[in-house]
Design a protein around this ligand. Structure first.
Ligand SMILES: Nc1ncnc2c1ncn2[C@@H]1O[C@H](COP(=O)(O)OP(=O)(O)O)[C@@H](O)[C@H]1O
Ligand SMILES: [Mg+2]
Length: 242
């Protein structure tokens, strides 16, 4: 049976892609077929094959199911700016209806047992004048995984994002703490304990800092485990069990 998740974060550069590829790698090692999608990407290089975005390429290479790039990342925009502005600047537009139809079709044409759909930026990032990208998660009924970068300020941002996810009628599958800096954040254990207490969903893991995360999703997938905080419920660890 397919389990499909929408990976969001408190912010951009929080580790959505690193966590998504680690999840894909972990599931693949557990024997599941896997697929990572990046429906909207802003920030892409022109190649001889057309525009290519790094996140989408990373998800593509971490997936076990072979899917053409255009299906992994149907909306690929050159400017590394907010998606709705990148769409405007590129003379393009899209809607949740279009995106959800594309994702549904890709999931039907290229079935995988575990799917991650990476968002863009944070939860409330606009897609156009009247819709937010988060509506893709609610429309497709994807369970949401929240990536929390372990740095000062993460408590309020994590809490606000979790509240918004639930207010939008989505299921929060859990959260993953991500060590985005080589230095451990000050009072990390106390912060993790607080995240366990204030977030209305289980901790699915805490990712270590890896100086070369992009090249080694396998290693991070192996190390994705819940540590450094109390209250982690292994029964809820969707990332490590089925
Ligand atoms: N666990 C980690 N260890 C080391 N670097 C990380 C880790 N997680 C993220 N990074 C780095 O932080 C930056 C942002 O991560 P990324 O996954 O691209 O974030 P997002 O997808 O949320 O924008 C990237 O340069 C990435 O390599
Ligand atoms: Mg990303």
């Amino acid at each position: 049976m397919t389990q499909a998740y929408f990976v969001t974060a408190t912010d951009t550069d929080a580790g959505k892609t690193v966590v998504s590829t680690a999840l894909l790698s972990r599931w693949r090692r557990q024997g599941y077929s896997t697929l990572g999608l990046k429906p909207v990407a802003a920030g892409a290089e022109m190649t001889r094959h057309g525009l290519r975005n790094d996140d989408a390429l990373a998800l593509m290479s971490a997936s076990s199911v072979n899917v053409p790039y255009e299906h992994i990342n149907p909306v690929c925009l050159a400017p590394p700016i907010a998606p709705h502005i990148a769409l405007q600047k590129s003379g393009m537009q899209t809607t949740i209806e279009e995106l959800s139809a594309q994702v549904r079709k890709t999931m039907a044409d290229f079935p995988a047992q575990r799917v991650v759909v990476e968002g863009a930026g944070g939860w409330r990032v606009p897609l156009n004048d009247s819709e937010d990208l988060s509506e893709l998660a609610s429309t497709l009924a994807l369970s949401v995984i929240l990536v929390v970068p372990l740095k000062l300020g993460c408590l309020s941002m994590a809490r606000l994002t979790a509240e918004a996810v639930l207010a939008d009628g989505c299921t929060l599958a859990g959260w993953i703490g991500n060590r985005v800096t080589p230095e451990t954040m000050s009072e990390e254990a106390a912060n993790l304990t607080t995240l366990h207490r204030i977030l209305p969903a289980p901790c699915l893991g805490v990712l270590p800092f890896d100086p070369v995360p992009a090249g080694r999703p396998e290693r991070l997938g192996t190390e994705l485990s819940c540590q450094g905080g109390s209250g982690c419920d292994p029964a809820h660890r969707a990332v490590s069990s089925d």
